[in-house]
Design a protein around this ligand. Sequence first.
Ligand code: ZN
Length: 479
Amino acid sequence: MAVRILIPTPLRPFTDGRDSLSVDGATIGDLLASLTSQHPDLKQHLFSEDGRLRSFVNIYVNDEDIRHLARESTPVAQADVVSIVPSVAGGSIAVEELPELTRDEFQRYSRHLIMPEVGVEGQRKLKAARILCVGAGGLGAPATMYLAAAGVGTLGLVDFDVVDATNLHRQIIYGTNDVGRPKLQAAKARLETINPDVNVVTHEATLTSKNALEILRGYDIVVDGTDNFQTRYLVNDACVLLGIPNVYGSIFRFDGQASVFAAPGGPCYRCIYPEPPPPGLVPSCAEGGVLGVLPGIIGVIQATEAIKLVLGAGQPLVGRLLLYDALSMTFRTLKLRRDAGCPVCGDAPTIRELIDYDAFCGITPAQPATSGPAVPAISVRELKERFDRNEDVFVVDVREPSEYQICRIPGSKLIPLGQLRARANELDRSQEIVVHCKMGGRSAKAVAQLQELGFGRVRNLTGGILAWIDEIDPTQPKY
Ligand code: ZN
């Protein structure tokens, strides 16, 4: 009786490139025996020298792991589909090559060691593992803290920023005293207090098409803790090109997502999101806000997935998108499929090297939205002088009500940008109007909208309310 066996990408070189084979047998043991007799080179990849199935090779009958069935005696029927799923990290290292644990490590990791899914061998895999976290922000902070605590031997971090006071409500790797300090310096120090045995490798750089392959190469797993689309596509493509699984996470306000991309046979980020949204359509956390604990939840899910990949334990989020909603406190998973037409991981990829991700995401280097001759501007000092001379200037604040509650220019009228067109009739066309937002980006759009509607005397306040607070009224709080 012939049963279909799916062959994963790493093993296809030993099956003449075929991704599935029909093999005769009544049990898993029979199938594997006839498979390896037809393709003898497969044998050393599936079985150890003493003839036992290698621990990092998982065999599934339909969606059940044979370890939960009758192992190699598991019976198979004609309609069954058998999958060979090698673990994608750590699996390439033979057990005897894994680093030994020290006496102190046996003690530190004792709660891991007594679990069958980890055990001494799993802990040695963690010690051998090299995991890179791109971004030492909201997601990177909890992810790296737990990965360090769990005993991941080499932990890389990519970031270029310094710690800002607005980071502290969620980036718990940093303390109040770290404000102003380079993030990587502060993060490395903190991770080393959590676990001095971890080798923390810092890459103080912006990840770019020029340096990404060089930085990522040599790591077993990448944790994507980025906060912008350019870097997300860059990380995705680099992981696909290098064959490194990409543990994805993203956060916004109360919502989070997680998945595992670029694993053998699974989809990549581009399979799901072939194109980025146009710039400005999806607000960033800096613009839209984020609940402080949310990156803790998603970052720890990313750390969990990375650890599972190293151990080869359980079912990773390959081919599944986890959606988390903190307000309703619900988790949902959606099925994801690899897109055979995907430009980077599909059957005929067109992206074979890293591209210009700013251009791909529609970002132009000069930020024309906030400057340029099209939008007439006024400085905060000039506005203050006009007020002091009691001149007739009407100030429109196009931020959101929650921002208006934090700080405002006295006498200004709040009309959020999204309502401006509909509420333009509330403004006096004969009056001179100055529009502002937080930093000048949204108000530049507002000025352009009002000009389109025929307002002749509109100007954008350069630097927004933050410039006003810096230069005119330092008593108000900034955000
Ligand atoms: Zn893809």
